[in-house]
Structures are given as C-alpha cells and as structure tokens.
Write a protein that binds this ligand. Structure first.
Ligand code: ZN
Length: 424
C-alpha cells in the first residue's frame, strides 16, 4: 500500500506534471535550430536524434572484426570481407591494415583525422558495435577514440539494462528511461564542438550496444522506452533537466552542489524505502599508510596524515568537508577536501557514499556508512521499492526530481513528430 504521507505530498506536483505531459503546444520556439542532430534512423525510418557515444578513449590501437567491411573517409575507401582491421595512430595520421590468418596487408595511411568504418557484425574484441563507427584522433592525447552514433531509442536500449536490472518492475525501468533520456539530452546540448556527446562508462551512463537482449527482457526494455517515448524532465525555464541518478541514497538524497561544488542545491528527498536494499550498509577498513599513499597520489603532494576531522556536513547529513592533516612542505596549510574527493581518492566502490562516519583503531581507519553513489536525483533502489508498491513512473520521478517537471516532446496531433529541437 502506498503510504498516505507520500501520496499527499506528491499529488500537487504529479497533477501538474501529468497535465503538462498531455498538453504540449506547438510553438515557434520549438522550431528546428540544429538540423545536424536530427537524422533518418535507418532501423525505424524516422527522423530521430542521433547520439554520439565514445566507446574507446585514447587507445594506441584498435582492433576490429566484421563482414563486408568498408573503411575510409570522403572519397577514399577500401573494402574487405571476413578480416580483421587494425587501426593505429602515428603522429597525426591514422594508419590501418586488414588481415586474415593467411595474409596481412601493409599499413595504409589515411590523410585525415577521422576514419569511417561500416560493416556487418562489427566487433571490438567481444564488444558488439553498430553498423557504422568512427575513429578519431584524440585531440588531447596520443591515441585514438572510437565513437558510435546511434538513434536515441537505440542508445537507451543500450543504457537501460546496463544501469538498471531488466528484471526490475516496468514502472522503475520507465522512470529510469526518462531520467536517462533527459541526462543524454542535457549532455548533447552542453557538449559543444566535441566529436562526441558522452562517454559509455559510469562517467556518464553505461552504454553497451546490444543487437539482442534475450526475448523477455528485450520486450520489457523496449516497452519502457516506447511507453515513455519523447518524455523528459525540464526545469522551471523549460530547459532540459540534468537528471542525475544513483544506486541507493541511504534514506535521504543529496543536492548536486554539495557533491560537485557547482549546480543546484536540490531539495533533500526523504526516502524510507531504500534502506532495505542489499547495499544499505557498508564498511571499509583502510590502514593509515594506505590512506596516506592514496591521498598523496590524488593530491600530487606529500602530506602528514593526522587525525581525520569532519568539518562540515551537508543538509542531508552527509560528510561535506574533511580535514586530514597538513602538507609536508607547508605545515601551515591543512589538507582539506570534500567527501567526494576522498571517495575519488580511495575508490568510489570502497567508500560507497558520503553518508559515512569513521573511527580510528590503532593504525587503521574504519569508514562505515549507508547508501551507494553520490545521492543526487533519482535513487534506483528507492525507485524499485516504489514501483513494487504500485507507484507509476510519473509519481516516482516527481518524488525524486522536485525541481523538474515532465514534458513530452511528441505532440498529440502527430504522434511520430518528435520535436526534440525545442531543446536547442
Ligand atoms: Zn533512496
């Protein structure tokens, strides 16, 4: 049963959200400004947003395999079949050669900073890739980047089961779909002139291109995407909302500002459902020596590790600023850092959240806490619990994203017309 308190609290927001979702008005403001972002999706035969995802970052070489593979850029192109393709970087040129068990070609040099590859069953080691990929010279490093471009629904199909188990309730997956869609749109809008929009790792959203998922789960994941098609979260000025999410808030969510020192101070949402999750409580023991080593590596300076002191906590009750000693070369300069920096230095999977306390035991420090992840935005374990209680995805999203509203970019008149351009 849904708790009364929650229902009463969420109703005014939910009503607003639903009416907004159902009545999107056509407006000149939503005309297409950036046509490059809309392309014909060959699979679905409709104009859709194309998302560029970085699969490999700054690799010295990339080995691909596939059938009927074509390699090239502009007018130069080479075709081959059932062979492996090795791409390498030499200064500011891309070199590639294709080979099979019997023959190996010499490297061909392409006078371009970009290589386009298309083929059937393209793979990079065990990783499946879409039919078209691009390899770029990494502008900052010495290696190569592999970028794939997929339609937004195909992108979400690769994100959803990576970010939330497909076995979870449909309404939870739908809430995740909307959060992931808003997140990617926000990134696309803010990626500027980069040659890709977002990473395929936890730095953004985990993306695995999946040509097949298995019948049961594929159907369910597709349903979650299709039933929320075109629905996203927007802020009070109708700009797409940067919808963060995390595994488990430990009972209270966190404001973006308190984690990254920028962004908004989102309202803390109380979540009484997630403390029952398997990751509700955690402990991490670390020796003083190991902590000192990790901190020095992170800070790039020698330090004198002293007693750890909690200096400030966030409104949700998480650690915010900590003091752990002083710099060796400057005894007057204290080593102060945020809980998020400490997590980054020690390991996000070791100190699982900033919702922790600590105690010293001889030469060891014990960190113990609750929750998993930064705590901003949607709590996935809480979402699961709400969905299991019969709460719909709109109400789940309204519960976690107090500063956002739901918006549909698909008009009632023309179901297929996706007006994504309103965001640009
Ligand atoms: Zn939670």
């Amino acid at each position: 049963m849904l708790r009364k308190g929650f229902l009463i609290l969420s109703l005014p927001f939910v009503c607003g959200a639903i009416s907004k979702t159902n009545s999107v008005k056509q407006n000149a403001k939503y005309s297409i400004k950036n046509t490059n972002i809309l392309q014909k999706d060959s699979k679905n035969h409709k104009n859709t947003l194309m998302v560029k995802v970085r699969i490999h970052k700054n690799k010295r070489e990339i080995l691909l395999s596939g059938y009927n593979v074509s390699v090239g850029h502009n007018k130069q192109s080479f075709n081959f079949d059932k062979k492996k393709l090795l791409v390498r970087r030499s200064n500011n040129k891309i070199l590639f050669k294709y080979e099979d068990n019997k023959n190996s070609e010499v490297f061909k040099i392409l006078n371009s900073s970009k290589l386009q590859i298309s083929g059937e069953f393209l793979r990079s080691k065990l990783r499946s890739l879409p039919k078209k990929v691009e390899i770029y010279i990494n502008p900052k490093g010495r290696g190569l980047d592999l970028i794939v471009e997929v339609g937004i629904d195909e992108y979400l199909l690769g994100v959803l089961p990576s970010e939330m188990p497909a076995s979870w309730p449909l309404e939870a997956l739908k809430a995740q779909a909307v959060a992931s869609r808003s997140y990617v749109l926000h990134k696309m809008k803010s990626s500027g002139k980069k040659h890709f929009h977002l990473e395929s790792s936890t730095l953004d959203q985990v993306f695995r291109y999946r040509p097949q998922l298995g019948k049961v789960f594929e159907k369910k994941i597709k349903k979650a995407i299709q039933q929320t098609s075109g629905v996203l979260l927007v802020d009070s000025s109708e700009q797409v909302y940067k919808s963060y999410y995390h595994a488990d808030c430990g009972g209270r969510t966190e404001g973006e500002f308190f984690v990254w020192k920028s962004g908004i101070k989102n309202k803390v949402v109380r979540d009484s459902f997630c403390p029952l999750s398997p990751q509700a409580n955690w402990k991490h023991k670390i020796s003083r020596r190991s902590l000192k080593y990790k901190m020095e590596k992170y800070l790039g300076e020698k330090i004198i590790l002293q007693k750890i002191l909690s200096q400030r906590k966030t409104p949700s009750g998480r650690q915010w600023m900590l003091r752990i000693g002083h710099y060796k070369n400057n005894p007057l300069k204290p080593v102060e850092l945020s809980a998020n920096q400490l997590r980054e230095a020690v390991g996000y999977n070791k100190i699982k959240s900033a919702f922790f306390e600590f105690k010293r035991n001889r030469n060891q420090i014990l960190f113990y806490g609750k929750g998993h992840g930064h705590g901003v935005g949607l709590c996935q374990w809480g979402t699961r619990a709400l969905a299991k209680r019969g709460v719909g995805f709109e109400d789940i999203l309204a519960h976690y994203y107090k500063e956002a509203s739901l918006y549909s970019v698909i008009s009632n008149k023309n179901k297929d017309a996706e007006k994504w351009a309103l965001l640009w």
